[in-house]
Design a protein around this ligand. Structure first.
Ligand SMILES: [Zn+2]
Length: 123
């Protein structure tokens, strides 16, 4: 399950690791690089990519969405929606939900997450 805070923390994680990499490059230039530091950076990258992929997959697979998640990760693209009380497949909460189709299947949100977090040979 995902929410706005998770996306924000992912972005923060990516920028922190980028800074660490720059620092590491400086250390390397001066001959102070360490294997442990490199391992730490690689592990952090792997973890962040895994979380990012999970977030994208959640949006991709979601059949239902509450209107908060819909507005956050998609674009409302129909005149009106049938709404019922059920589980939102994005945030996992029991709420008034509709089909993710009504929010363009989150295409815009998926593109945004992929774009802002696109780094490190992310395949
Ligand atoms: Zn939701």
């Amino acid at each position: 399950m995902i929410n706005k805070e998770m996306i924000e923390s992912l972005k923060l994680g990516f920028s922190l690791v980028n800074e660490l990499e720059l620092l590491y490059l400086e250390l390397e230039t001066e001959g102070y690089e360490s294997k442990k530091t490199k391992q730490f950076i690689d592990r952090a990258k792997k973890l962040l990519l895994k979380k990012k992929k999970a977030a994208v997959k959640t949006l991709h697979d979601a059949y239902t969405t509450c209107h908060d998640c819909g507005a956050e990760f998609g674009v409302y693209s129909v005149g009106c929606s049938s709404t019922w009380t059920g589980k939102c497949n994005v945030c996992g909460q029991e709420k008034r939900v509709t089909e993710s189709r009504d929010y363009g299947y989150f295409v815009s949100g998926i593109a945004r997450i992929s774009r802002t977090l696109k780094l490190w040979n992310d395949k």
